[in-house]
Design a protein around this ligand. Structure first.
Ligand SMILES: Nc1ncnc2c1ncn2[C@@H]1O[C@H](COP(=O)(O)OP(=O)(O)OP(=O)(O)O)[C@@H](O)[C@H]1O
Ligand SMILES: [Mg+2]
Length: 255
């Protein structure tokens, strides 16, 4: 099986990218896949949840090749799950990629050495749309976009789709899903029951708003380690991962 790359991406901040990236990477590893989570966000939230050791990873050295990316990989407490933690210098990844040779290819090139070792790479992305984002779009087989059911979030998704079209990028890679869904809210119900055109091809699974997810910060651990197996949020991430896995399989074997 060849390595596949799954990104959790949205230009909008605070929509549940990191929560999904960490939980799905853990579920993937638990299901038997050798998984690498790459924390591309200088905030380092995913790295923090997974209790990463501090590294001297400098974005500039990573991009110019003087630090081999393999040297940055750390094991985690979870079998088959490795991590490339973020460093605060990752905030300059965007500018560095702009200056690099063939900016769109930079991330694909960085990930290439892992193809023998890992079956899945999960990218936790910062909320940005520029050179780093384009490199992410290029390197990813599937881009899951968490969308909070509000008009502004749907508009952000429309803007993302327009960006893809204007740059001639492969829009079929985009797969939105509703995130932080609160069924007590009228607008959430409205948008879930009548999805707008931008949600075409969306995941059937949505992630509920749940204080159990927020508590990842308290436990500093993925949901599955502390939440009851049958908790709605646990079940939702599991279903989302299975949907993503099916999409990745389809992408791998077209027709
Ligand atoms: N399903 C959920 N229910 C309740 N709270 C959630 C849920 N998902 C995420 N959160 C909380 O919302 C906040 C933002 O989530 P998260 O960090 O996953 O978003 P993000 O899109 O990665 O943000 P950023 O753009 O800053 O990287 C966190 O405090 C997290 O605990
Ligand atoms: Mg995040």
């Amino acid at each position: 099986m060849t390595m596949q790359t799954l990104a959790l991406y949205n230009l909008k901040g605070g929509v549940g990218k990191t929560a999904a990236a960490v939980n799905m990477a853990c579920l993937a590893a638990a299901s038997g896949l050798h998984t690498l989570l790459f924390d591309l966000d200088a905030q380092g939230a995913a790295s923090w949840y997974l209790e990463a050791e501090e590294t001297a990873a400098k974005a500039r050295k990573l991009i110019d090749g003087s630090t081999p990316v393999g040297r940055l990989v750390q094991p985690t407490a979870f079998e088959r799950l490795s991590l490339i933690p973020a460093d605060f210098s990752f905030r300059s990844l965007d500018v560095l990629m702009k200056k690099a040779d063939r900016p769109r290819q930079v991330l694909s090139r960085l990930l290439k050495p892992f193809s023998e070792q890992y079956q899945l790479v999960v990218l936790d992305c910062p909320p940005t749309i520029s050179h780093l984002a384009e490199a992410i779009f290029e390197a990813s087989d599937l881009i899951l976009v968490p969308v909070v059911p509000t008009h502004l979030s749907v508009r952000a998704l429309e803007q993302l789709r327009e960006y893809f079209r204007s740059k001639n990028l492969d829009e079929t890679k985009l797969k939105p899903f509703y995130s932080m869904v609160d069924r007590r809210r009228h607008l959430h119900n409205e948008l879930l029951d009548h999805p707008p055109p931008a949600m075409a091809g969306a995941c059937r699974t949505s992630i509920p708003y749940s204080s159990m997810v927020e508590r990842m910060g308290e436990y500093r651990a993925p949901l599955a380690t502390y939440a009851p197996g049958l908790h709605v949020a646990n079940l939702a991430y599991d279903a989302l991962w299975k949907e993503a896995q099916r999409s990745l399989k389809r992408l791998q074997q077209p027709d």
